[in-house]
Design a protein around this ligand. Sequence first.
Ligand code: M6R
Length: 612
Amino acid sequence: MCGIVAYLGKQKAEPILIKGLKRLEYRGYDSTGIALIENDELQVHKKKGKVAELETELSAQSFKSSIGIGHTRWATHGEPNDVNAHPHYSADQSLAVIHNGIIENYRSLKTELQKKGYSFKSDTDTEVFATFLQDVKTSNDLNLEDAVRLALSRVVGAYAIVILSKEEPDTLIAARKGSPMVIGVGKGEYFVASDATPIVEYTNNVIYLNDEEVAIIKSDSLEITDLKDIPLTPKIHEIDIALDEIEKGGYEHFMLKEIFEQPKSIADCMRGRLKMPEQTLILGGIQKYTDALIQAEKITFIACGTSWHAGLVAEYIFEEFCRIPVEVQYASEYRYRNPIVKPGEIVIAISQSGETADTLAAIEIAQRRGAIVLGIVNAVGSSISRVTDEGAYLHAGPEIGVASTKAFTAQLTVLSMMAIKAALLKGTITDSTFRELLNELNDIPAKVAKALTLNDKIKEISATFKDAHNFLYLGRGYNFPVALEGALKLKEISYIHAEGYPAAEMKHGPIALIDENMPVVFIATRDSSYDKIISNIQEVKSRKGKVIAVVTEGDVLIPGMADYTIEVPATHEALMPLVSVVPLQLLSYHIAVMRGANVDQPRNLAKSVTVE
Ligand code: M6R
């Protein structure tokens, strides 16, 4: 949730930290701060608001420090304000700490420290940890790294933490448990960050810190140990992220850039997997468990938010083509519901970030009970990609906009490829259906590109509805999860209340909401439920609802009934969500922009939900 960045090297740390924080701001953006060593003093500068505001405030000063830590916050303990912003000093101001995660036993640690006479300025668990660390260090007469290991062994909860000490001004200590942390290894310099985005312009060599590992970083050495001080040999990975992938590239917002990137991201996702001349489909990442997949008595998808919607589409696809019963579970519920898992059962975790705490916890439970867990993940090297038994990356490139767009279509692409391949191997589809689906998949990037040409029209429709207070999204079959996704996109970035429903469910309740002020978005492309959804459109029109319909190109019936129609190219109905979701992404984007909302950083949200 929060963004962490730290630097130790020969360059000035402050501009590197500020730039890094800007790159990480999508992870949390309610307050920000940095700590530096200036003239042998540990200085903390922090404030409520965006990184740019801190940057302006610091611009009058010049800093020499070549070591420093920085943080951009998504509040968990205490409201977003200057005092609760990170870094936090220890009581004696000898240490500064930045932290992502939640220290669950902070209340008992705080009481213990208060009994010893310590007091606290903020409401945060992090300040408690900083002072706890100081106390552990001084009471046991330890050096910093031993003190960190001892203190962390008493911490319950999740953390990615970096510590800067006035007494050891050439050392950074970083540690993680349950929250992501990457170390960039440059020439004579080191970077620490929540993900690789602040690092890639300096080095491609990174180390992914594992849970309960502690990194002791000095200008000329990097040592990694576990909490018991056993030395570990870190593995250096080479990452492949181009700088333009994490920049806006002329677009007004990352979200718009990512919506428009979809023809490419879907093609990237299929590259090397879907081979048209040979008419083959190869998903290298899940080869070991292919037999288990096709013999599965049940598949369970676990995910949150948009990724959960991708799981719902997959439910339809796997059931239709593979004839395997599918369950789709919110990871946050699965982890607490005592799930029935047969040994060898297939569980598929879907996650853009690969760091969602609920999904990670659900994976752990499934694995503990004997399931084979496959991961469908975008972020390379992320925790979910590392803890799952096998998996397939999306290869959609970094997604920075908080509202997920290109990751969703890439998830659908991977899941469709998996289902189609499994169905062929299982014999539940014929060779000719397989080839037909392959051809359709191959055409999807072009069809998405065509759907994107509707941008201007969708912008006009958006202007009509930008002041609406509510929206209803209705779809059937494969387009039902698309309705849910359209509604989620709208509410998270425009703050308009929106609900998605299976269209036939409308008459069981939501129809009471329909009047002349209610925009209803129908995803009514030509498929097996087309005739049925037409009846649903009529039900809305006869109650004076305003209908915006996403239809298949050439539809002659619905344009005569709907107030606005958006025509998308035809494809196989199982693949239609890849195309029909695009106008809904654009609709939410334009409405949000017209309402003056911060599209890339919507209020209260963060890109990667690494806390429960
Ligand atoms: O990184 P994940 O895919 O695991 O994230 C899951 C949800 O937090 C995420 O999809 C969220 O709902 C997005 N803000 C949706 O746009």
